[in-house]
Design a binder for this molecule. Structure first.
Ligand code: FUC
Length: 820
């Protein structure tokens, strides 16, 4: 009884944070990078190791990439090869030939996201083995603490990355006066030099490489520098220590602090990046001035002042959502350090608090990695230690970049979606050139890789890439889904008219030109791939480049539906809308294969790898909404069969995608099974493509290696289990698993700009509230009839639960109670 009292007093009046236990904590320092704890303000990132004698804080700056603005017209042969590939596909059904022509259509690889450097704090300690040790990351306040006791002195280091002040701040204290003696040092894998600045400040001045080859490319000279041209931005890191009682000195080897009781360390960094289309050298920003200005302002403030501003800023976003689940009678797992807790959870111990922590951690990671204009979270968010990181730590747009942003709206972090939207504006500029130069097509195209320079060409170094990833062309229509979602959740018509619609229209114009008729008059894509899978053709030969994969057609169908809806919403552009309506009717349709599955390919071909991690042909189930149990039961059954044939195993993002799929199939228990798989402890550091997905002890998603998309896809999947809003209705608790029988969540967002809170007990919704941020019609689907306070409309029984529709007033909150 007491437990439920605690649980339920939280939600009144459905606002404010009540979730506790929002910490990752450990009894020992980080041994490896994925033990360290991530902090970020969306631009600056840090991985805090929590070491004793020599602390290591690995640093990142979101705009620090190799390379410079993209070159144009890099493959003048592309169009001729497109025509040849189409001839091979339509006339000869020769998939091997089409594959080779596709290779001839490639451009250059993307650039890489780079590490800024390492900060070391070397303490002058006689003993190095502490008698007490503790480190944590508190995600309610976005602060990391490391504490240890040596020779009777307790040392405490707290680290924040402030968004208001744009600096990293480390507050270091000793429990006995004058016991702090340490040296700050810095290193970087990039070319750099250390220089002194006035006031005992140290600066690292550096330059990024002109190019870094992807880690999967065998290369004799993978990192190159350009001394005179536009490739290779400048960067600067400034280091300063402030102490009331300590003595500070510095030279180019580091900053020394002697006999202090308390010291505050400031790190400020900036690059000369000045936009995707500007030379970062001659037209670059003054990184020295930017870093210097932030440093000057921040270091004049006290630790409590900096902390208060940081808390206020962070909590403004984080506190919007609270999520609690009833805990088992024996909830002792929740009090274990996070590494032990994860291992116990993996062995089957129940720990619902770990699941809600994981959900909130994903929200924390998005707030921490996605706040830089035009620079969305990349494959590793903003946390990368390597010069040649896995897959260049770039933007991989055949699933990964989009997955990063699946939770942005539903988890009430709409502002964090904006860096992606601004990035889409950039790729629409370069993508227009690529569409014209490569394919003689209108509109804009984006292939499967991009970078801070808004690269849009098919990668592969002109023929070295495998077309099954390099030649995937559906980036612009898929990205457009995010433009539309942002509108659906905000209902901001000005944004729709001025930003989203023109970009969506540009993607639709590309699709119009890219689609060609097949022999039956259907509009199809050719060449076409299903990332990154293959098939056995009619002759039993393994192939991957074909016609009209289900993913291509689903993405285009999604875009066309959204463009039509957007034009209707704006009451504008009728002629264009009508041409899209006409084309929509001719798109190659879904097919159900002989095994009862949703067909992945143009024909019902067999898979060489039936358990492949990509499940691209279910795009229409999620993130699309063309397949749903209510509207398309046959396709839904086929989608379910597909998932059963594919199996549950996968890399991190693949597991996360499957949480979302099963939620859309309304099978909460299967979604929950996938959550458990996503949260299983792993330490695999090498690359694994089949299986191996899970979580490291810092709860970073393991692809393996680390890739952040699974964290974000996991948050999205959990939200989809509790709330769906894709079909003009708010579906409350659509896929509740037995393991989450009793709980509450507040602050999720639904399309239509409704903020939703719900409370449920023994698998049944007991009460809810809907805040109508902008007003308008609201339709709610529930398992049992509901009553909406102050509203006369009753619930109508349907084949799939009850539907209640009522009009809302802008700003009003509607209280809902369950009738049963
Ligand atoms: C695609 C995926 C891989 C990985 C990489 C970043 O190539 O197939 O699994 O996620 O992107």
């Amino acid at each position: 009884m007491k437990k439920f009292l605690i649980l339920f007093t939280c939600l009144i009046p459905f606002a404010g944070i009540c979730q506790d236990n929002l910490k990752l904590w450990y009894k020992q320092p980080a041994k490896v990078w994925t033990d360290a704890l991530p902090l970020g303000n969306g631009r600056l990132g840090a991985m805090v190791f929590g070491r004793v004698k020599q602390e290591l804080i690995q640093l990142n700056e979101a705009t620090l990439w190799s390379g410079g603005p993209v070159r144009t017209n890099v493959n003048p042969d592309a169009y001729a090869n497109l025509l040849l590939a189409r001839e091979a596909l339509f006339k000869d059904e020769d998939y091997a030939k089409a594959y080779n022509y596709a290779k001839n259509m490639q451009g250059y690889y993307s650039e890489s996201y780079l590490p800024l450097g390492d900060l070391t704090i070397t303490q002058d300690l006689k003993d190095t083995v502490p008698t007490a040790y503790y480190r944590d990351l508190n995600i309610r306040n976005a602060i990391s603490t490391t504490r240890y006791t040596i020779n009777g002195v307790t040392y405490t280091r707290q680290v924040i990355i402030s968004a208001p002040s744009q600096v990293i701040v480390i507050h270091f204290t000793a429990s006995k006066a004058g016991q702090l003696n340490f040296k700050l040092g810095a290193a970087s894998l990039l070319k750099h030099s250390m220089v002194m600045l006035p006031g005992n400040q140290l600066a690292m001045k550096g330059k990024a490489p002109a190019h870094a080859d992807p880690n999967y490319v065998d290369s004799a000279n993978p990192i190159t520098y350009d001394v005179t041209g536009c490739k290779g931005m400048r960067f600067q890191l400034q280091i300063k220590a402030v102490s009331k009682d300590g003595k500070i000195s510095a030279d180019t080897t580091g900053v020394n602090v002697k006999n202090a009781t308390e010291a505050t360390i400031f790190l400020s960094a900036a690059t000369s990046f000045n936009g995707f289309d500007r030379c970062p050298v001659s037209e670059g920003k003054d990184e020295s001035k930017i870093a210097g200005d932030y440093m000057k302002k921040a270091s004049a403030q006290s630790w409590p002042t900096l902390l208060a501003a940081h808390y206020a800023d962070y909590r403004h976003f984080f506190n919007r959502v609270s999520f609690k689940l009833a805990t088992p009678a024996d909830n002792s797992n929740a009090s274990l350090p996070t590494d032990e807790r994860l291992v116990a959870y993996t062995s089957g111990v129940k720990d619902p608090d770990l699941e809600t922590l994981y959900f909130q951690y994903g929200r924390y990671l998005l707030i921490s990695s996605s706040r830089t204009k035009g620079v969305p979270a990349n494959l590793q968010g903003i946390w990368n230690k390597e010069l040649r990181p896995p897959w260049s730590s770039n933007y991989t747009t055949n699933i990964n970049t989009q997955m990063n942003y699946w939770p942005a709206e539903v988890a009430n972090l709409s502002e964090m979606h904006v860096p992606l939207i601004d990035f889409i504006k950039n790729v629409a500029v370069t993508g227009r050139r690529t569409a014209k130069e490569f394919y003689h097509a209108k509109g804009w195209v984006l292939h499967h890789n991009s970078d801070i320079w808004a690269l849009t060409n098919p990668v592969g170094d002109k023929g070295k890439g495998d077309p099954t990833w390099a030649n995937w062309t559906m980036g612009s229509p898929w990205m457009s889904q995010h433009l539309w979602w942002h509108y659906q959740y905000t209902k901001d018509k000005k944004y729709l008219r001025e930003v989203a619609y023109p970009l969506m229209k540009g993607a639709a114009q590309f699709c119009e030109d890219w689609l060609v008729p097949d022999k039956d008059g259907y509009l199809v894509t050719a060449p076409s791939v299903s990332p990154e899978n293959a098939f056995f053709d009619d002759k039993g030969k393994k192939a991957s480049v074909s016609i009209a994969t289900t993913m291509d057609m689903s993405i285009i169908r999604d875009l066309f539906a959204n463009v039509i809806a957007a034009a209707n919403e704006l009451g504008d552009d009728k002629a264009f809308r009508d041409t899209i309506i006409a084309k929509q009717a001719k798109l190659y349709p879904f097919h159900i294969g002989k095994k009862g599955n949703l067909q992945e390919w143009y024909k019902d071909w067999e898979d060489p790898e039936p358990h492949h991690r990509h499940v691209s042909h279910l795009f229409g189930l999620f993130p699309g909404n063309q397949i749903s149990p209510v509207n398309t039961p046959e396709l839904t059954a086929a989608a379910k069969k597909t998932l059963e044939l594919r199996g549950d195993e996968g890399t991190g993002w693949s597991l996360a995608w499957k949480i979302n799929f099963w939620a859309r199939l309304l099978d909460g228990n299967h979604s929950y099974k996938m959550i458990k798989d996503l949260l299983r402890a792993t330490a695999v550091s090498g690359t694994k493509y089949s299986g191996g997905g899970g979580s490291y002890i810092n709860l970073f998603d393991a692809h393996p290696p680390f890739q952040i998309d699974g964290n974000f896809g996991g948050v999205s999947g959990m939200a989809e289990m509790l709330l769906q809003s894709q079909n003009n209705e708010i579906n409350m608790l659509p896929a509740l698993p037995d393991a989450w029988a009793t709980g509450e969540i507040s602050g999720l967002k639904a399309r239509g700009n409704f903020e939703v809170s719900m409370r449920w007990k023994d698998m049944k919704l007991t009460s809810a509230s809907v805040l109508a941020v902008v007003g308008g019609k609201c339709t709610i689907r529930t398992g049992a009839p509901i009553k909406v306070a102050g509203v006369t409309a009753g619930s109508k029984r349907t084949a799939n639960g009850y539907v209640t529709t009522f009009n809302t007033q802008k700003g009003a909150r509607y209280k809902i109670s369950s009738i049963i």
